[in-house]
Ligand binder design. Structure first.
Ligand SMILES: [Zn+2]
Length: 213
């Protein structure tokens, strides 16, 4: 009988432990609850903005478009905001806000941690930030490399943050910076951004792609 009692106690303890771990796993899944209602609203507005993009009428000539367009070869579907938002959502499982140090956001185990400054960015920059982070979900091969010590370019979203000597560059053209450049080009080509804005933003993303040695 004593042994039965002991076993019973052990069984109950295991069940309690399992229950606790299930509860904490569930609360991990519902992490966008960790965004304040205001932050959550800003995030939703970001997706709503992006969902409107459509490949309707090209605003630049076809030859210029074909020279720089690589969206379809990267994403495997034609330019579409709705599909792009879906692409992001299959990669990022939850969002939270908190300290992000020298970054506006970072990706960790399916979750994106958004810095406070993210919520004061305009919708285009918020969208590009999330798109960038979503690429990190595709694996280690999309991890950044260090930008050179003498890297001269500014961070277009926060000039106080210098990319020099930080893990904020890529060698590949389809990494986080490559995909934001690709999307910016399509946005410009289909008239969602002015020519000037497209060019400076596109160039800025491309500046993070280092020539391979
Ligand atoms: Zn990154």
């Amino acid at each position: 009988m004593e042994e039965f009692k002991r076993n019973f106690k052990i069984t109950i303890s295991i069940l309690v432990l399992q229950l606790i771990s299930t509860l904490s796993a569930n609360s991990l899944l519902a992490e966008d609850n960790r965004l304040s209602p205001k932050e959550s609203k800003i995030l939703k507005e970001t997706f709503k903005y992006a969902e409107d993009f459509e490949a309707r009428k090209l605003r630049i000539d076809k030859k210029a478009y074909l020279r720089h367009s690589n969206f379809e070869s990267i994403f495997k579907f034609g330019f579409s905001g709705r599909k792009l938002v879906n692409w992001i959502q299959t990669r990022i499982k939850s969002y939270s806000s908190g300290a992000t140090g020298d970054f506006i956001a970072y990706f960790q185990n399916g979750e994106v941690i958004l810095g406070k400054q993210f919520f004061s960015l305009n919708k285009l920059d918020r969208f590009l930030t999330i798109l960038h982070e979503a690429r990190h979900a595709d694996g280690k091969e999309f991890t950044h490399v260090n930008c050179p010590d003498d890297f001269l370019f500014l961070n277009p979203r926060d000039i106080r943050i210098s990319p020099a000597n930080k893990k904020a560059c890529d060698f590949r053209t389809d990494g986080s910076y490559g995909i934001t450049a690709s999307v910016l080009f399509e946005m410009g080509a289909y008239g969602y951004l002015s020519s000037q804005e497209t060019a400076y933003r596109y160039n800025s993303e491309i500046s993070r792609i280092l020539p391979e040695e």
